[in-house]
Write a protein that binds this ligand. Sequence first.
Ligand code: TTP
Ligand code: MN
Ligand code: MN
Ligand code: MN
Length: 376
Amino acid sequence: ELEMPAFIATKVSQYSCQRKTTLDNYNKKFTDAFEVMAENYEFKENEIFCLEFLRAASLLKSLPFSVTRMKDIQGLPCMGDQVRDIIEEIIEEGESSRVKEVLNDERYKAFKQFTSVFGVGVKTSEKWYRMGLRTVEEVKADKTLKLSKMQKAGFLYYEDLVSCVSKAEADAVSLIVKNTVCSFLPDALVTITGGFRRGKNIGHDIDFLITNPGPREDDELLHKVIDLWKKQGLLLYCDIIESTFVKEQLPSRKVDAMDHFQKCFAILKLYQPRVDNSTCNTSKKLGMAEVKDWKAIRVDLVITPFEQYAYALLGWTGSRQFGRDLRRYAAHERKMILDNHALYDRRKRIFLKSGSEEEIFAHLGLDYVQPWERNA
Ligand code: TTP
Ligand code: MN
Ligand code: MN
Ligand code: MN
């Protein structure tokens, strides 16, 4: 942990893509508080305030020291009045009354529960809240509600899905994905992305990028993989989204736009051989309910053309805030448009090709930031 004065000499950028943010967070009590505030504003669809708190959280995560006095944040970007008020409260009282208020708020608590269900977002939560529903149990019990296929799966596997995915589970699923993909396309490249690529040891899902180096493209690959898992009884849910990519089209300028890759949001059945303890054997002998020997795991599979692979890797590695800042930096500092498919230089009116993440940073005039330093 660095001392404050040694650190202050270097100017901190307002963009997280110009900072290094590892998983060591010296300011967790502040960043947890900001994330609650941001989430509450997200539930209220106040994007401006939501982003203000997310940016502040992200900035404090990148500091190599713990903030203990208001002086410590002097001269730092992303520290607006709302943010400073909460920092001050936490420094003085050990906690923030505004954050406590949110944590006790009926609407926040209900939305927090609803959005923890796979397939349920702010819009659905709003609807359920207006109907007077407050808990996941109440939603489950209400048989008049029309649930989407995704939400039905979300409730069916709720307990498994809210319990986080471990690194060991990610490695096990990774083997399954690689083996299945390579049984159809031996040269395919399968890469774990998302939080696990940033070095996290838990996640809410496991993200994979799949590409085929060389000329051959196989639009059927994803369908073949999914069909095989279905046949093997490993697929609990899947929603395949076909590619909507249009060549020559300029990258999307929207900060949180979905990309156009063929992809699949799935739930896989991961078998977990249990330690052979006597209780299990007894229950089997007695014909009691079998002990569940699997866990439902959320898996995202994304198929990318090889020439877009570096852009897809950068986008899907995240963090979400790191990606937002990369695109904001490209637009505002370089007059370029970046998305998960390409980088477009608006001054030169050309697409900039990249075969690696390093090349994308170089095109943007940024120092390279390692995946484990992107936990913004
Ligand atoms: P997530 O899986 O949502 O997030 P994560 O892996 O960082 O964290 P968690 O442990 O909660 O799973 O998304 C991974 C990254 O992919 C994220 O930075 C945003 C990006 N992403 C896209 O680029 N396009 C998309 O359509 C989605 C869903 C995510
Ligand atoms: Mn993820
Ligand atoms: Mn997530
Ligand atoms: Mn994901």
